[in-house]
Design a protein around this ligand. Structure first.
Ligand code: AMP
Length: 216
């Protein structure tokens, strides 16, 4: 299974890719999480990325392309992967095409998560994440059993710096300008499959399973 999960911030790519990667036994390659880990570890990449991420802008293409090239060359990605948050620009998509050709791999499909903007803002501003296992909760629609504590692993819940309302609005603009052109890019290649990504998480996951199976 070699899939890209494409869509705006808050569309549910992380939630769905984490579960499905586990189910399918392939790595979830989430570039935002890789960057947040680099920030937490205080690496040079993390120091460079933090300010950009906090503002809601995109980290430069050359940095991201280098990061993904290194990640997809790891042995655990040889049998498949789910890309979550990459590519985010046309330049990244073109670099990915070259990289996959080099590795002798082809994409099965690009799944586009369709969610209306007011719902994205609602999801992102109420989102809380587990520091340990990254499971996502929502203050109103999916609260944890105990406030501030992860149901799955007992880890501490936190709000991402870039989930404040002002930054969320900026991230959605960045998505519209820099990432949404990828829809046409993949549509032209016959690889784009749309998923209605509002409603119950389990029903959306079933739709993704069906789309992924049909694409193989
Ligand atoms: P995410 O967790 O996918 O919402 O990503 C969080 C932040 O990390 C984004 O707002 C960007 O600043 C940065 N980021 C993640 N993936 C990429 C990418 N493919 N290209 C550029 N910046 C990225």
């Amino acid at each position: 299974m070699r899939l890209i999960f494409l869509g705006p911030p808050g569309a549910g790519k992380g939630t769905q890719s984490r579960e499905l990667a586990r189910e399918w036994g392939v790595p979830q390659v989430a570039t935002g999480e890789m960057l947040r880990e680099a920030v937490a570890a205080g690496t040079p990449l993390g120091r460079e990325a933090k300010r950009i991420m906090d503002s809601g802008a995109l980290v430069p293409d050359d940095v991201m392309i280098g990061l993904i090239a290194e990640r997809l060359r790891q042995p655990d990605a040889a049998g498949g992967f789910i890309l979550d948050g990459f590519p985010r620009t046309i330049a990244q998509a073109e670099a990915l095409e070259c990289l996959l050709k080099d590795l002798g791999h082809t994409l099965d499909a690009v799944l586009y998560f369709e969610v209306a903007e007011p719902e994205l803002v609602r999801r992102l501003t109420g989102r809380r994440l587990c520091r340990q296992c990254q499971t996502a909760f929502h203050l109103v629609s999916a609260p944890p059993r105990r406030a501030g504590v992860c149901d799955r692993c007992g880890g501490e819940l936190y709000q991402r710096e870039d989930d404040s309302e002002a930054t969320v609005r900026h991230r959605l603009q960045v998505y519209a300008q820099q990432t949404s052109p990828l829809l046409d890019y993949y549509r032209q290649r016959g690889q784009l499959v749309s998923i209605k990504a509002e409603g119950a998480i389990d029903a959306i996951r079933d739709a993704i399973r069906r789309a992924a199976t049909a694409a193989r």
